[in-house]
Design a protein around this ligand. Structure first.
Ligand code: GDP
Length: 140
């Protein structure tokens, strides 16, 4: 399997509850390496553009409000099959449907405040990484 990079966000609900270390531990135990990481306050425009694909969904406005409600930690995770592996470690979008032992099962508060974001394809991973990180900030 190929070594890949994927984009990850520790969302405001997780950062607010001081869970960044606990969640990073899950990534590292799964063999994902944190090759870039920074704490930011997302602006409204940044969040709107990031979730543009959901613009027509009824929850779009609330999602943008949530993602800008406090600091987040944006990251690049690297490892074998990193995109699919991260999605597995994260668990289903709705924590009620997430498998035992996944981040969302153990930490998420709701379908919206679900603690983590992870890219869903190689194409989106590349776009999302470039949206938040300069090449120089990624140290393999
Ligand atoms: P993901 O790839 O698992 O994060 O899921 P999606 O791309 O489908 O949705 C993006 C984000 O929108 C999710 O992680 C949630 O934070 C939020 N979201 C998705 N579905 C819903 C919903 O039905 N209601 C609300 N309030 N938020 C949602």
């Amino acid at each position: 399997m190929a070594i890949e990079k994927t984009f990850s966000i520790l969302k405001p609900d997780a950062v607010r509850r001081n869970l960044t270390g606990a969640i990073n531990d899950r990534f590292e135990k799964a063999g994902l390496r944190i090759v870039a990481q920074k704490r930011i306050q997302m602006t409204e425009v940044q969040a709107q553009k990031f979730y543009e694909v959901h613009k027509e969904r009824p929850f779009y406005g609330d999602l943008v409000k949530f993602m800008t409600s406090g600091p987040v930690v944006v990251q690049v995770l690297m490892g074998e099959d990193a995109i699919a592996k991260n999605r597995k470690v994260m668990g289903a979008t709705n924590p009620a449907n997430a498998d035992e032992g996944t981040i969302r099962k153990d930490f998420a508060e709701s379908i919206e405040a679900n603690s983590v974001h992870g890219s869903d394809s190689a194409e989106n991973a590349a776009i999302e990484i470039a949206y938040f990180f300069a090449g120089k900030e990624i140290v393999e």
